[in-house]
Design a protein around this ligand. Structure first.
Ligand code: GTP
Length: 375
C-alpha cells in the first residue's frame, strides 16, 4: 500500500489469494489510495468462476485472466490497458490546460476576472474570520484610448502586457491576487494589508511603472504610461460587508484619482462602514433616501413594523432613518432601545412631507459627513 502511495505505478497485476491478503479487498484499498488517478488493475488467478470475475471487477479490477495465461495473451492485455492509460493521461492534461485557460486572461497571462472573483471571495471570508485587513486596488492605464488611437491596437496590447508584468513583479505574496478586470483595468487584492501597506504597494507600483518608462507621448499627464489607482482598505469584520461593496469603493477612489489629475493613488480606509436602516412603507421613499447615502453606508431597508424591530435588535444598525408620515411611515416600537445610553444606533426621524426635517438625537455628529438632511 505504501508503494502505491509513493511510487508512480503504471499497471497492477493482482492475484486473488495472496499470502495473508485478499485480492478483492486489496484492490479496493488500492483504488481508494489512488483516488482519481487511474491505474489499470488486471486480475490473474486460478479461480475461473463467474462470481469471482464479477467480484473482482466490482472491487475495481479492469480485466480478469484465468491461469495458466499465455505470455502473448498477457502482453496483448497489457498493450490494451496501456493504450487506455495513455488516453486517460492525455485527457487529464487537456482538462488541466482547459481549467488553466478558463482562469487566465489570454493576452496578459494574469488571472481573469472570473478567477479573481472566485478566489477573492474566499480570501475575503478568511479575512472576516481572522479579522484581517484587506486592500482592494482598482487600477487603470491613463489615457489609454489616446495611446491606442495613436500607436495602434497591437502596440496597445503590448502595453497591457508590459503593465501586467510590472504588476506581477510588485505583488509577490502567494495570498495576493492580481487580475485583469477588463479592458485596461486591473484589480489587486492584498490579504493582511492595512492602509500603510496599501500605500506602500501603490507607491511601488507607480515607481515600477515609471521605471518601465513605456513611452506615451500623447498623454496629457506624462511622457510615459502612468496608472491611476483607487484603493479600499477594510477589515471585513461585519457580516454585512461584502467584497462587491469594497470593489465599488475602490472603483470610486479610482474615479477620484482620475479627477484629481491621474497618475496617483487614492486610498479609502473603509472599516468604519456604517449600517443604515431605512424604514418606510413607500418604496420610492426608500429609494430616494438610499440614493443620497454615500457608499460608506451599508443599507438595509424595511417596510414592515415587526421586521424593522427585529433588525434593530439583532443587527444593531448604526443609523436608523424613519419615515414618519402618517400614510407611509413606520416608527419602530422600540425607540426607547435606540435612546438607551449604550445604544448601538443613532437615529434620525425624517418628516418628509413638511419639507423641514425633525431629527434627534445628536444629528450633527451623526450627519457630519453626509447630506441626508437635504432629502
Ligand atoms: N489595445 C487594447 N486596447 C484595449 C483593450 N481593452 C480595452 N482597450 C482600450 O482601452 C481604452 C479605454 O479608454 P477609456 O476608458 O476611454 O479611458 P482612457 O483613455 O484610458 O482615459 P482615462 O482612463 O480617463 O485616463 C479604449 O480605447 C479601449 O479600446 C485591449 O485588450 N487591447
Amino acid at each position: 500500500m505504501q508503494m502505491v502511495g509513493s511510487l508512480s505505478i503504471d499497471m497492477i497485476i493482482m492475484d486473488i489469494e495472496l499470502p495473508g491478503l485478499d485480492g478483492y479487498e486489496t484492490t479496493m484499498l488500492f483504488r481508494e489510495a489512488l483516488c482519481d488517478h487511474w491505474v489499470p488493475i488486471i486480475f490473474v488467478t486460478g479461480n475461473s468462476s463467474d462470481e469471482s470475475v464479477l467480484k473482482a471487477i466490482d472491487a475495481g479490477g479492469d480485466d480478469y485472466l484465468v491461469k495458466p495465461v499465455s505470455q502473448t495473451l498477457l502482453q496483448a492485455k497489457i498493450i490494451a490497458m496501456q493504450r487506455i492509460a495513455d488516453m486517460q493521461a492525455n485527457l487529464h492534461e487537456l482538462n488541466r490546460k482547459l481549467s488553466e485557460q478558463s482562469e487566465t486572461d489570454p493576452l496578459t497571462g494574469l488571472s481573469n476576472r472570473r478567477y479573481f472573483n472566485l478566489r477573492a471571495v474566499d480570501q475575503f471570508e478568511t479575512a472576516r474570520r481572522m479579522a484581517l485587513s484587506v486592500a482592494i486596488m482598482m487600477m487603470d492605464i491613463d489615457q489609454f484610448k489616446v495611446y491606442n488611437d495613436n500607436y495602434g491596437h497591437l502596440q496597445g496590447d503590448s502595453c497591457l502586457q508590459q503593465v501586467s508584468r510590472v504588476l506581477k513583479s510588485v505583488v509577490r505574496r502567494t495570498t495576493d491576487l492580481v487580475a485583469r478586470f477588463g479592458g485596461e483595468e486591473f484589480i489587486i487584492m492584498l490579504q493582511d494589508c492595512d492602509a500603510k501597506g496599501a500605500q506602500m504597494i501603490a507607491d511601488e507600483i507607480m515607481a515600477a511603472i515609471d521605471q518601465a518608462a513605456i513611452p506615451h507621448e500623447y498623454s496629457a499627464v506624462s511622457d510615459h504610461v502612468t496608472l491611476s489607482i483607487g484603493v479600499c482598505v477594510i477589515v471585513p469584520d461585519r457580516n454585512l460587508v461584502e467584497l462587491q461593496d469594497c470593489i465599488k469603493i475602490a472603483d470610486e477612489q479610482l474615479y477620484k484619482a482620475k479627477n484629481r489629475g491621474r497618475a496617483q493613488a487614492v486610498i479609502e480606509q473603509s472599516n468604519k462602514m456604517k449600517t443604515t436602516l431605512i424604514v418606510s412603507r413607500e418604496p420610492e421613499t426608500i429609494k430616494s433616501i438610499g440614493k443620497v447615502l454615500n457608499s460608506k453606508s451599508i443599507i438595509i431597508t424595511s417596510s414592515d413594523q415587526e421586521e424593522c424591530n427585529e433588525i434593530i435588535t439583532q443587527v444593531h444598525p448604526d443609523i436608523v432613518i424613519c419615515d414618519i408620515r402618517p400614510e407611509t411611515g413606520i416608527v419602530p416600537d422600540d425607540l426607547s432601545l435606540l435612546m438607551a445610553p449604550d445604544r448601538q444606533s443613532d437615529f434620525i426621524v425624517v418628516e418628509l412631507s413638511s419639507g423641514a426635517q425633525k431629527s434627534y438625537p445628536d444629528q450633527n455628529s451623526l450627519l457630519s459627513d453626509s447630506h441626508m438632511l437635504s432629502i
